[in-house]
Design a protein around this ligand. Structure first.
Ligand SMILES: *Cc1c(COP(=O)(O)O)cnc(C)c1O
Length: 390
């Protein structure tokens, strides 16, 4: 059996790509790829590694299965799996940049990515400018002769602002700049940035791809062979690879991505609509609502709106804290993308390290709450919110 990526649907690829049963002599036909724990692989002839395998940091059969599956899901030619989303980001930066190069980045990026740019890479002579990437012309105007990368997330976190990936890619291609898109929030099920013109896609597979809040991981997907070879060279040289067991857990999680995301979205839309008419809520931010300023762009560049939404509670930060501490089904926790519903207060949790003036300027108010809506029964989620708001 050989799978044709062009003709199979997303859910079929999520289950089968990279895991075709092995029917060669001596193989067992496993329908699930085994966890290959061996760190080294024996060979019969000095210069002929068996099946190309030498040492697990360079190539491991379980990780390779995951890399092939993720590539199939993003419509990418090549995939690489890393020990975390930030390990994937660091390796991409090391592979594609030289000291003195300039990065244009969205001002509403994941906090850990900003820390990596501002506290780590800036020490090695990289220059970074932040712009509001919802306005494509601001991205264009920020590009300088030494700009090598444009780095965006769409939708962003926690304000769910969108960037026009296709329009930005037309500019970066014209200017010889690499466009990197962090696709963690929607996953390839709802958005395929490479198809929209991006050059490099990054994931924290810790979130929707793994999907069960039990495995940390990252991924990089590209179409261009030269980028793939450079990033793979650095992945092996730096050593930030996903372990065989974590590759297996991620393979297991990603098989249900399509059904999980349908349910995440259905629940998120229901809660967004419920909150929109609630007297104790002043604002709901969800790209699936017509009230979202970029609802039309969301419909044009994505096939769904995801499972994360934010809203503002009327009142003070203490009212917001009381609400969060009263919930029973929603766990009060950072992170997102797992089957269980999570809730957090960005101003005191995920975005506490962002200066208050900057938070106020970009719209992260004291009473802004972020939900990662899980796949529980919607009645239980609504009743939980109802009693806590009361
Ligand atoms: C969590 C996250 C990351 C970092 O990934 P880790 O797996 O935690 O290292 C990067 N980008 C986004 C959008 C994230 O949500």
């Amino acid at each position: 059996m050989s799978l044709n990526r062009e003709t199979f649907g997303f859910a079929t690829k999520a289950i089968h790509a990279g895991e075709e049963p092995d029917f060669r002599d001596g193989a067992t036909g496993d329908v699930v790829v085994p966890i290959h724990l061996s760190t080294t692989f024996a060979r019969k002839k000095v210069t002929e590694p068996t099946g190309g395998y030498e040492y697990t940091r360079s190539l491991n059969p379980t990780r390779k299965a995951l890399e092939e599956k993720l590539a199939a899901l993003e419509n990418a030619n090549y995939g690489l799996a890393f020990s975390s989303g930030l390990a994937a980001e660091s390796t991409v930066l090391l592979s594609l940049l030289n000291p003195g190069d300039h990065i244009v980045a969205f001002d509403d990026l994941y906090g850990g990515t900003k820390r990596l740019f501002n506290q780590v890479f800036s020490n090695f002579g990289f220059e970074i400018s932040y712009v509001d990437a919802t306005d494509t012309s601001l991205v264009e105007n920020a590009i300088k002769p030494n700009t090598k990368l444009v780095w965006i997330e769409s939708p962003s976190n926690p304000l769910l602002k969108l960037s026009d990936i296709k329009a930005i890619s037309q500019i970066t291609h014209k200017r010889g700049v690499v466009l990197v898109v962090d696709n963690t929030f929607l996953s390839p099920y709802f958005q395929k940035p490479l198809d929209l013109g991006a050059d490099v896609v990054i994931h924290s597979s810790t979130k929707y791809i793994g999907g069960h809040s039990d495995v940390l991981g990252g991924a990089v997907l590209v179409n261009d062979l030269a980028y793939y070879e450079r990033i793979q060279y650095h992945q092996n040289a730096v050593g930030a690879v996903l372990s065989p067991f974590d590759s297996y857990l991620t393979l297991r999680g990603v098989k249900t991505l399509a059904v999980r995301l349908e349910k995440h979205q259905q629940n998120a839309l229901h809660i967004a609509e419920y909150l929109s008419v609630h007297s104790k809520v002043s604002k709901v931010i969800y790209p699936g609502l017509e009230s979202h300023p970029q609802h039309e762009l969301a419909k044009a560049q994505t096939t769904g709106f995801g499972g994360v939404l934010s809203f503002e509670i009327k009142g003070t930060i203490d009212n917001a804290k009381q609400f969060l501490e009263k919930l029973n089904v929603f766990a009060l926790a950072e992170s997102l993308g797992g089957v269980e519903s999570l809730i957090e207060l960005p101003s005191l949790m995920t975005h506490a390290s962002v200066a208050k003036e900057v938070r106020d300027q970009i719209g992260i108010t004291d009473t802004l709450v972020r939900l990662s809506v899980g796949i529980e029964d919607i009645e239980d989620l609504i009743s939980d919110i109802e009693q806590a708001l009361a």
